[in-house]
Design a protein around this ligand. Structure first.
Ligand code: NAD
Length: 254
C-alpha cells in the first residue's frame, strides 16, 4: 500500500463543511484518519462535534471562500499547526435565491454572488493551497461542480456558468500541476438531499428525485464517498469531472 492508499494523518481542508455535502465529506475524511479543517462562513461546531464523537480529528475555521485574505489566514494556520496540506475539498457553494436565474432576467448582483462563491471561491482556494502542496511534494484536490454545468436546466443561468467554470478550472489546474504530483478532479452531483433544497416545494423534490434513473435524491454521503475515492485511490485520475448523478444524464426524455 502506498501512502496515498490511506488517508491516515493526511492534512485536509474542506469548505462548506457546516452542513450538507461539505459536512459529509469532512466526516468521511475524518473517519478515514485524516486531520480535517472544516471551513465555512457558518459555524462548523456541529460538524466538529460529530467527527469527535466518531473518534476523528477535526477543527473549525471561519472562512468566506470569496475572500483571499480569509484563505491566506486559514492556510497559514493549518500549515503552522500541521506542517503541510495534503487534501483540499472545495465544496462551499450557493444557488441564486436573489433574483430569477435566467439569462435575460438575472440581475448583475445575483450573478456576482454566485460567480464569486461557486467559481472564484474555488480558484482562490486552489491558489492559496497549491503552493503548500508543491512544497510538500504533492496533494489532491476535489472541486464540487454540478450536472448543471453539463446540461441546460430551468433557472440556473449563473449557477451553470459558475459550475462549468469549475470544470474548466479543474482541468487547467490538473494540467499545470500534474508534474508536481498534484491531482485535481471535480465531482458533478445530481440532486442531493441537503439544506440547499430547503426552498423547493414537495412537488419539486419529487420531480427531482424522479429525474434520476435511481428514483430518489442522492445522499451527501454518496458524494463524500466519491471524494474519498479520489483522495485515497484514483491515482491515475486527474483533470476529470466525475458525475455522481443516479443515472440522471443517462436518462432519455421517455
Ligand atoms: N445539493 C445538490 O443537489 C447539489 C447538486 C450539485 C452540486 N451541489 C454543490 O455541492 C456543494 C455543496 O452543496 P450542498 O447541497 O451541501 O449545500 P448546502 O447549502 O447544504 O451547503 C453549502 C455550504 O456552503 C457554505 N457556504 C456558502 N457560501 C460560502 C462562502 N462564501 N464561504 C464559505 N462557505 C460558504 C454554506 O454556509 C453551507 O454550509 C455546492 O457547491 C453546491 O453547489 C449541490
Amino acid at each position: 500500500m502506498t501512502v496515498q492508499d490511506t488517508l491516515q494523518d493526511r492534512v485536509a481542508i474542506v469548505t462548506g463543511a457546516a452542513q450538507g455535502i461539505g459536512r459529509a465529506t469532512a466526516l468521511r475524511l475524518a473517519a478515514e484518519g485524516a486531520v480535517v479543517t472544516c471551513a465555512d462562513i457558518r459555524d462548523c461546531a456541529e460538524t466538529v462535534a460529530l467527527a469527535d464523537k466518531e473518534g476523528g480529528r477535526a477543527a473549525a475555521v471561519e472562512l468566506d471562500v470569496r475572500r483571499a485574505a480569509d484563505w491566506e489566514r486559514a492556510v497559514t494556520a493549518v500549515v503552522a499547526e500541521h506542517g503541510r496540506i495534503d487534501l483540499l475539498a472545495n465544496v462551499a457553494g450557493v444557488v441564486n435565491l436573489l433574483s430569477p436565474d435566467t439569462v435575460v432576467d438575472l440581475t448583475e448582483d445575483a450573478w456576482q454572488v454566485v460567480i464569486d462563491t461557486d467559481l472564484k471561491g474555488v480558484w482562490l482556494g486552489m491558489r492559496a493551497v497549491i503552493p503548500q502542496m508543491v512544497a510538500g511534494g504533492g496533494g489532491r484536490i476535489v472541486n464540487i461542480s454540478s450536472m448543471a454545468a453539463l446540461r441546460g436546466l430551468p433557472n440556473l443561468a449563473s449557477y451553470s456558468a459558475a459550475k462549468a467554470g469549475v470544470v474548466g478550472l479543474t482541468q487547467q489546474a490538473a494540467f499545470e500541476y500534474a508534474e508536481q504530483g498534484i491531482l485535481v478532479n471535480a465531482i458533478a452531483p445530481g440532486t442531493i438531499d441537503t439544506p440547499i433544497l430547503a426552498e423547493i416545494t414537495d412537488e419539486m423534490r419529487e420531480a427531482n428525485a424522479n429525474a434520476h434513473l435511481i428514483r430518489r435524491l442522492g445522499r451527501p454521503e454518496e458524494i463524500a464517498a466519491m471524494a474519498a475515492y479520489l483522495f485515497r485511490e484514483g491515482g491515475f485520475q486527474t483533470g476529470q469531472t466525475v458525475p455522481v448523478d443516479g443515472g440522471w444524464a443517462a436518462k432519455g426524455n421517455f
